[in-house]
Design a protein around this ligand. Structure first.
Ligand SMILES: NC(=O)c1ccc[n+]([C@@H]2O[C@H](COP(=O)([O-])OP(=O)(O)OC[C@H]3O[C@@H](n4cnc5c(N)ncnc54)[C@H](O)[C@@H]3O)[C@@H](O)[C@H]2O)c1
Length: 175
């Protein structure tokens, strides 16, 4: 799981652990503590029966994403990492696009290489926002055209845009 220390990631970790999953969370390195939301699920990885494992990683670094995919061999991947603050995306446009859109592409690329090499099946979840559909009438589904407001085009819409444009070349990854 990317974005493991975020709001949604912390709840999803709790849910998956309750379902009996082994969970590997990617944690972005910072010089200040940034794991308050998941401190309660932390387990010493050397303890017998530990089912949550944290790994340093960053969506801007494709090499670590590829290495972690190879090491962890995930059955399911949840991509929740994002520079998710819409207004801040105007201050940090390059970083927001690099993390949220290009980051999703790097992760999908690592998964494609992994499943093509190993023939394993991997399911992939991409976090997005209903705002991606803008004013498109409900109910919306995978075939509804994206029409995000300008504020979202550089941020939360990026990951889903990459995700939906790539399925044909990523056929072994269940999107
Ligand atoms: N929570 C909501 O109400 C909501 C609504 C719409 C969309 N979303 C989307 O769902 C996802 C999760 O939302 P959230 O509320 O948990 O966000 P959040 O800001 O609480 O968490 C974002 C996570 O991404 C990580 N991250 C940021 N930049 C990174 C980088 N370069 N490399 C690795 N990790 C990085 C952060 O460390 C954090 O763990 C995001 O994609 C967000 O846009 C959430």
């Amino acid at each position: 799981m990317t974005g493991a220390t975020g709001q949604d990631g912390s709840y999803l970790i709790e849910l998956l652990l309750a379902k009996g999953y082994e969970v590997h969370g990617i944690i972005r390195r910072a010089s200040l503590f940034n794991t308050e939301r998941i401190d309660h699920v932390y387990q010493d990885p050397h303890e017998t029966g530990a089912r949550f494992f944290g790994h340093y990683g960053d969506m801007t670094d494709g090499s670590v994403l590829a290495r972690l995919v190879e090491e962890i061999k995930p059955d399911e991947v949840y991509n929740l990492a994002a520079q998710s603050h819409v207004r801040v995306s105007f201050d940090l446009p390059d970083y927001t696009a690099d993390t949220t859109a290009m980051g999703a592409l790097r992760l999908l690329d690592a998964l494609r290489d992994h499943v093509q090499r190993t023939a394993r099946e991997v399911r992939y979840y991409q976090a997005g926002s209903s705002e991606m559909f803008g004013a498109a009438p409900a109910p919306q589904d995978e075939s509804t055209p994206f029409y995000p407001p300008q504020s979202l085009r550089r941020g939360q819409g990026g990951g889903p845009l990459v995700w939906r444009e790539l399925p044909r070349i990523l056929w072994p990854v269940h999107l």
